[in-house]
Design a protein around this ligand. Structure first.
Ligand code: ADP
Ligand code: MG
Length: 708
């Protein structure tokens, strides 16, 4: 019989009962690979076998014992008792194993057997006893642990292959603890995994490219399930983490080389437009902003394509840096386009740019789904105007009709809000245009290389100086009265307020109802104030109107959903009230709070929540009260939710991360990165047969279009 292959159906695992097979199937486990991919949640060290004369009251122990006698006893309860010891023990020590309510045990045990046992020892009436120990019969194959499984309603194992000395599965070793499957005893599941491993075909090759051949893949699989020593499962996890990290770094290295090899456009390093803009601004750029502009300027001047990420916390002033870049392009006679994820944002940028550049001859166009304001540009299908200009738009920029032609610089605002394909499509509007992507989603610094290893990174690590303080406070909704009084006072002083609510999403009508209820609630509280409503289901021009009114100060209160989360900039608004704050994610709350504190006024973010200390959702609110620093918040978010959730999958291009160890381990990441580059140095096109699996890896990338 040839052994099991990873693709073999679980039905080929010897001894698997139909019932257990159904349980596995119900859990989506159909083949051996799927079975083995389900890793132990933890391990219990039952390897330390103790000579029984050394067992102390209260010890949890594992021991090898010989059954001297077995039989039913009765004291206050009926139980089956085995008196056991070691055959040649000069101390003559005994241990008494008692099973309550497990009558089948009596059928499995008999005088003369050798057992491996595990449980907590207790002295009763001078006798050392273990109640309901886990046990395996070690020498009698017919009545051994295999039968125990059967008796416990699990799997009946075949009796064919006898090993000279049976190996314990559940005792006498480091025992893997799996998350239970519905209907199946944990012990049964463990035996199934054990049997699968016992019957794996020898010499199976590692799947994919093997980055650590010195530690064979399948050995590591065995070690992660049934480690023979304490540090082996860690070693195995590390091996898989390295493999996972390597795959990710290999993709990054591959993309980086492709991108870096690309010729780009040359842009003049200076432009009168930039100088003019900086002169007319009522403030000067921060040092961090100037540094970023400089880095971008040099990239754009080089004959290679720019691929740069501009990272900066909310409110750090990324838009102006991007505008400088666009003016450099325009100054060199090119078209620069910026794509933003929402209409509100695109229009805000558009108005902003029009205002900032009104004294210049720079043409600015807005292209959104229902709005094409081309200020003097005749845009018939097929007719393209290639004159220098700045174009701002939404996804509409991706449609043929609105697609800029001959793009020199592509700027992507809030890049994490775009699908990979959309980004690629946008960039394809030019011949290798320079690319600047912006993100306000801070990620732990250790992850920058992981996620953006193929991009150059500029970081704005400083906020403009004119910012008023932001105070974040956690309040119980029962304090509403005082909050309302406070809001009234601030509005009297001319300030504006955001109120963010997680409005019901299930159905159109429910949503409408809850939005209406919410706005009425506030109108009743502030009858003399102007209250507006902004949510995702409004028509684009309605959103636009509301937003403009708020921006121009014609509304005092803006009741909104998370549509205000990205980018919205109204410096006069200094209060944000967040209803049911605990129902939002930490990073999302940070983004929301980023809408205030944009002007010189002291700002207040009031988190309403009835979560008490220690209750779920409370932690993140406390983090938010403690710090304003987006990077710190990202680290905390990372700790609270785990990297997989923070990074998401689609947006990060990371895919599902199984072995999260490597996400924070720079040494591992660097090692994987070096390995990836050394392979590509030696074989840039991956022509060597041993690199075929890597070819698949990046081919998949090309199809999925995973980039930054
Ligand atoms: P974000 O990085 O979150 O996209 P914005 O680009 O929207 O931030 O900038 C936030 C606000 O800060 C805007 O009102 C902008 O005009 C202002 N701002 C940008 N740079 C400076 C600066 N150097 N000094 C003062 N205010 C600035
Ligand atoms: Mg922004």
């Amino acid at each position: 019989m040839t052994g099991l292959q990873p693709d073999s159906p679980v039905t080929r695992i010897p001894g698997l009962s139909t019932r257990d097979q159904q349980f596995l199937q119900a859990a989506g486990i159909e083949n051996v690979r799927q079975l083995l991919r389900r890793l132990p949640r933890r391990y219990e060290d039952r390897s330390c076998t103790v000579p029984i004369h050394l067992i102390q009251d209260g010890d949890t122990v594992c021991a090898r014992v010989h059954v001297f006698s077995a039989g039913w006893r009765f004291s206050y309860k009926r139980y089956f008792e085995v008196s056991a010891g070691t055959v040649d023990d000069p101390h003559g020590a005994r241990i008494y194993l008692r099973w309550f309510n497990m009558p089948y045990v009596s059928k499995l045990l008999a005088t003369g057997m050798n057992l491996s046992i595990y449980g907590k020892a207790r002295t009763y009436g001078g006798k050392m006893t273990i109640a309901n120990p886990d046990f395996e019969v070690m020498d009698d194959e017919d009545a051994g642990h295999r039968l125990v499984e059967a008796a416990m309603g699990g799997t009946l194992m075949p009796l064919a292959e006898k090993s000279p000395e049976a190996t314990p599965i559940h005792t006498g070793r480091i025992v893997p603890i799996y998350k239970g499957l519905p209907g199946m005893a944990a012990r049964t599941y463990r035996s199934i995994v054990w049997n699968a491993l016992q019957h794996l075909a020898p010499d199976l090759p590692a799947p994919g490219y093997d980055v650590a051949p010195a530690y064979p893949y399948w050995q590591a699989v065995r070690d992660i399930h049934f480690p023979a020593a304490e540090d082996l499962h860690r070693k195995a996890r590390l091996r898989f983490a390295l493999a996972e990290c390597f795959e990710q770094q290999f993709r990054v290295a591959w993309r980086r080389r492709r991108v870096q090899g690309r010729p780009g456009q040359v842009t003049a390093t200076c432009s009168a437009y930039v100088e003019e803009l900086l002169e007319t601004l009522p403030f000067s750029l921060t040092r961090a902003q100037l540094r970023c502009v400089e880095e971008i300027r040099q990239d754009m001047a080089s004959p290679r394509q720019m691929n740069r990420l501009l990272q900066g916390d909310v409110g750090s002033g990324k838009t102006l840096v991007a505008l400088c870049a666009m003016l450099l392009a325009v100054g060199s006679g090119k078209i620069a386009a910026m794509i933003a994820p929402t209409q509100i944002l695109a229009e805000q940028h558009y108005r902003n740019f029009c205002r900032l550049l009104k004294h210049t001859d720079v043409k600015i166009s807005l292209r959104t789904a229902d709005h094409v304001d081309d200020s003097g540009l005749v845009l018939d299908a097929g007719v393209q105007d290639d004159s220098p200009r700045i174009i701002v738009g939404t996804h509409a920029l991706l449609y043929k009709k609105h697609r800029p032609h001959n793009l020199g610089l592509a700027v992507i605002d809030e890049q994490h809000k775009f699908g990979v394909e959309q980004r690629e499509q946008f960039i394809a509007s030019g011949v290798n245009p320079d690319v600047l992507v912006m993100t306000a989603t801070p990620i732990p610094r250790t992850l920058t290389l992981t996620l953006y290893g193929d991009l150059e990174v500029s970081i704005i690590d400083e906020l403009p100086a004119n910012r008023g303080e932001i105070i974040t406070a956690l309040r119980n909704p029962s304090n509403m009265k005082r909050i309302i009084a406070f809001m009234g006072k601030e509005m009297d002083a001319g300030r504006q307020i955001y109120i963010v609510s997680p409005l019901v999403e299930e159905s159109e009508t429910r949503k409408q109802a809850s939005a209406t209820a919410e706005i009425n609630r506030w109108r009743e509280m502030f009858p003399e104030r102007r209250v507006g409503l902004l949510h995702g289901r409004l028509k684009a021009d309605e959103k636009d109107t509301v937003m403009q009114e708020f921006q121009k100060g014609k509304l005092d209160i803006l009741v909104a959903t998370t549509v205000v989360e990205v980018g919205v900039d109204v410096p006069n608004a200094n209060i944000m009230i967040i209803n049911d704050a605990d129902s939002f994610g930490l990073s999302q709350l940070h983004q929301l709070r980023g809408r205030i504190g944009r002007g010189e006024h002291k700002s207040y973010c009031i988190l309403l929540s009835s979560a008490k200390p220690g209750e779920p959702g409370r932690d993140k609110l406390e983090v938010l009260c403690r710090t304003l620093n987006g990077f710190e918040i990202a680290e905390e978010d990372f700790k609270l939710r785990g990297p997989g959730d923070v990074l998401g999958t689609a947006q990060s291009g990371l895919g599902a991360v199984e072995f999260t160890e490597w996400l924070g381990d720079m040494r591992l990441i660097h090692r994987a990165n070096r390995e990836a580059h050394s392979i590509l140095d030696a074989d840039p096109e991956l022509k060597k047969p041993q690199h075929a699996p890597l070819r698949l890896l990046v081919k998949f990338d090309a199809e999925e279009g995973i980039t930054c």
